[in-house]
Design a binder for this molecule. Structure first.
Ligand code: NAP
Length: 407
């Protein structure tokens, strides 16, 4: 651990160097963002202080985006914000508003693209006591690696009737013989070998490092052969090429290993996305790490979060090479803005993921245990209280105080 000017650096060999007093930018967020951020910041600071005394401390730096950015600078995502997050490498954010249909493009998507945060990481683990629609929610312990920069999320789509749509329609008819209706909007869905390789590589590395049993490639390759199907092909390709000695392909497990995973190895398997939605409901215990393209990942990570107790408790991170942005997975929940009401659990647990990423594991574990204890004591926010028998409903700030009391 080095004392320096607070800058986190990243070596050519892929190692993050974190000073004792790192400067970490934060975006408060819109809607319920300010409430949940205030609550989370207090928990993170207290956990670090309890774990390391004066030896380590986060120096927070506010950067602007969303409504606050627009009101103070005239920009929803000021250049300065992107520049600072890039410079400091690790940041955390609350939710930001994205208008549906028209208007500004998603600020979240833009930040992810600007920093090339190619993996959206969503660990989903059941917290005992949290209400869940599942019969055996304790079986849920999965980590989703969702590709973050490609697929239909690239925003390569055009309005029905526009010149570009007409040109694409003509081209498809000329070259392929099939006709796209003249009143259709058109979107493109690029999925590359490069993008797939780096995502699946990160997922397999994670599985090996955390001693998980398997990595499952989730795709809709039976229908979309050259995008989702290629994701499957390239996923296996990189797993075999880069981790050949550490993986077993599912097909070979029964044939060559009597169905038993050899020690120190992980199983690589794949599932078609619709079947996988059934699997996570019916046999969640059979899956550990999931790697998938952007759109499947969006749907599946929210479904998993709901199964494990709701968006209010689901943390998330966007990771690239040497850059990471941690964020609550829920949105701005505008009807609760400024009421000190919603569950800050998602952002608090994202903060714990951030501390893990910095290598401050003791503080991260302390937060997870503190939150578990607060839920066990049934002092929870409205979303959980309305479903838990005998629970006391507390405010957002009071839940954070209960977590701090249990650190
Ligand atoms: P949302 O803000 O996530 O809220 C939907 C519902 O989820 C809320 O009404 C509430 O349910 C529940 N909820 C969300 N956060 C909660 C929390 N912390 N604690 C307890 N309950 C919580 O989704 P939305 O209404 O679809 O989206 C609103 C805005 O947020 C949109 O502009 C959207 O684009 C944006 N958004 C941003 C991000 C991001 O920044 N990463 C992510 C998603 C959405 P009840 O009504 O049942 O209480």
């Amino acid at each position: 651990m080095t004392m320096n000017n607070g800058m986190i650096t990243y070596s050519k060999t892929g190692k993050l160097n974190v000073p004792a007093y790192p400067i970490i930018p934060f975006i408060e967020g819109d809607g319920v963002g300010p409430d949940t951020w205030k609550a989370s910041q207090g928990v993170i600071d207290e956990a670090v202080s309890k774990s390391y005394g004066d030896r380590r401390k986060v120096r927070w730096l506010e950067v602007l985006a969303g409504g606050k950015g627009f009101h103070q600078t005239g920009s929803w995502l000021p250049e300065e914000t992107v520049r600072r997050i890039k410079a400091h490498r690790v940041a955390i954010k609350g939710p930001l508003t994205t208008p549906v249909g028209k208007g500004i493009r998603s600020i979240n998507v833009r930040i992810r693209q600007e920093l090339d945060l190619y993996a959206c990481l969503r660990p989903v683990k059941y917290i005992p006591g949290v209400p869940s629609p599942m019969k055996r929610p304790e079986d849920i312990d999965m980590v989703v690696f969702r590709e973050n920069t490609e697929d239909v999320y690239m925003g390569l789509e055009w309005e029905a009737g526009s010149a570009i749509v007409r040109k694409i329609g003509d081209l498809v008819q000329q070259e392929d013989g099939r006709r796209i209706r003249s009143d259709a909007g058109i979107g493109l869905k690029p999925i590359s070998r490069f993008g797939t390789h780096r995502l699946v590589r990160m997922a397999v590395e994670y599985a090996l490092e955390h001693q998980k049993r398997s990595v499952t490639l989730v795709h809709k390759g039976n229908i979309m052969k050259y995008t989702e199907g290629a994701f499957r092909t390239w996923g296996y390709e990189v797993a075999k090429k880069s981790f050949g000695k550490s993986i077993v392909i599912e097909e070979d497990l029964a044939k060559e290993h009597g169905g038993k995973i050899p020690k120190g190895k992980i199983v690589m398997k794949d599932r078609i996305a619709d079947a996988m939605f059934q699997q996570i409901l019916l046999r969640p215990g059979e899956y550990d790490v999931l790697a998938m393209p952007n759109l499947n990942g969006d749907y599946m990570s929210d479904a998993l979060a709901a199964m494990a107790g709701g968006l209010g408790m689901a943390p998330g991170a966007n990771i690239g090479n040497g850059y990471a942005l941690f964020e609550a997975t829920h949105g701005t929940a505008p009807k609760y803005a400024g009421q000190d009401k919603v569950n800050p659990g998602s952002l608090i647990l994202s903060g714990a993921m951030m501390l893990d990423y910095l290598g401050w594991k003791e503080a991260a574990d302390r937060i997870r245990k503190g939150l578990l204890k607060a839920v066990e004591e049934k002092r929870v926010t409205y979303d959980l209280a309305r479903q838990m028998q005998g629970a006391v409903e507390v405010k957002c700030s009071e839940f954070a105080a209960a977590v701090i009391g249990n650190l």
